[in-house]
Design a protein around this ligand. Structure first.
Ligand code: CP
Length: 312
């Protein structure tokens, strides 16, 4: 596929076609080969990108900084608390000013409308490093990991246990797009975002993927090739919401007993950070089926591919 991302924004899987998702995943695997072979790839030498993080990050920020360094891109890290935006300067002014200085913006923020607003006012590419709606750089790392460990996507079953939030939504879209059977184990009363659910079901109809929500954890685990753990709550949720979710998700903790209910060669994935003892046990995190550190490394290769693809 021709690179359709050049000069464009990278905001959400819900806006991407199957071909585009597969293109970036395959490009990420190519960048991983270059990294492994120690082959220089400073394809964007001379570019300067801004990184604006309104929430904490270990993987996304450092993966972006390392990916940028390998591509020859200088990164200017912006602290929101040091900028006028936290003193009321409108985002549309901030975005247009940043656009005059930088070749692109990598942003982690709260509402998805914030990245869409940046995209509206900036000519240069905007990459979404996580919003409440999606985590599309994580999604590519996850697909890379699945392809590396399982060879292909079609015919696989994933059991997902964790909060229905950004990572879940990106996962729902990619499973529906690529024909992965997704069984989401979650307590009664937890509803996904309606826009994402509609788009997921539309795509599932085309691909034939089964997308289901169940309170029956054992049924979700049965025959699963991938057990995906995710925090029971997310950054930005209130203390009250967190207390409710921790209680509601207790029966869905991923333990070694739970892993035994999946296929014997099932892999355990988690976007990290994990809360050991909450959504997953320490034993599962450290077990032979756990691929969490390969998945974490893949954040760097996938962000590199995204950056290389969208850069002008
Ligand atoms: N998975 C993920 O986004 O990790 P960070 O919050 O550390 O960036």
């Amino acid at each position: 596929m021709r690179n359709r991302f050049k000069g464009k924004d990278y905001l959400a899987f819900k806006d991407m076609t199957k071909e585009e998702i597969e293109f970036i995943t395959d490009l990420s695997l190519e960048f991983k080969k270059k990294w492994t072979a120690k082959e220089p790839h400073e394809y964007l030498k001379g570019q300067v990108w801004a990184a604006l993080f309104e929430k904490n990050s270990t993987r996304t920020r450092n993966a972006f900084e390392r990916a940028a360094a390998d591509l020859g891109v200088k990164v200017v890290y912006l602290r929101p608390d040091e900028m006028q935006m936290t003193r009321g300067e409108p985002l549309k002014d901030t975005a247009r000013i940043l656009d005059r200085y930088f070749d692109g913006l990598f942003i982690r923020t709260f509402g998805h409308e914030i990245v869409e607003e940046c995209s509206k006012w900036m000519q240069n590419p905007v990459i979404n490093g996580l919003t409440a709606l999606e985590h599309p750089t994580q999604g590519i790392a996850d697909l890379m990991t699945i392809k590396e460990k399982k060879g292909d996507y079609r015919g696989l079953k994933m059991c997902y246990s964790g909060n229905l939030y950004n990572v879940a939504y990106t996962t729902m879209i990619f499973c529906a797009t690529l024909g992965i059977h997704l069984s989401i184990a979650c307590p009664e009363g937890i509803e996904p975002n309606h826009e994402i659910l509609e788009e997921t079901l539309r795509r599932a109809k085309q691909s034939g993927a089964i997308i289901e929500f169940t309170q029956d954890f054992d049924a979700a685990l049965k025959d699963a090739d991938i057990v995906y753990g995710m925090s029971q709550y997310s950054m930005g949720q209130s203390d009250e919401e967190i207390a409710f979710l921790k209680e509601a998700f207790k029966p869905y903790q991923i333990t070694m007993e739970a892993m035994k209910k999946a296929k014997p060669d099932a892999i355990f994935m988690h976007c990290l950070p994990a809360h050991r003892g909450e959504e997953v046990t320490d034993e599962v995190m450290e077990c032979a089926q756990s691929v969490i550190f390969d998945e974490g490394e893949n954040r760097m290769h996938s962000i590199k591919a995204i950056l290389a693809a969208v850069a002008n």
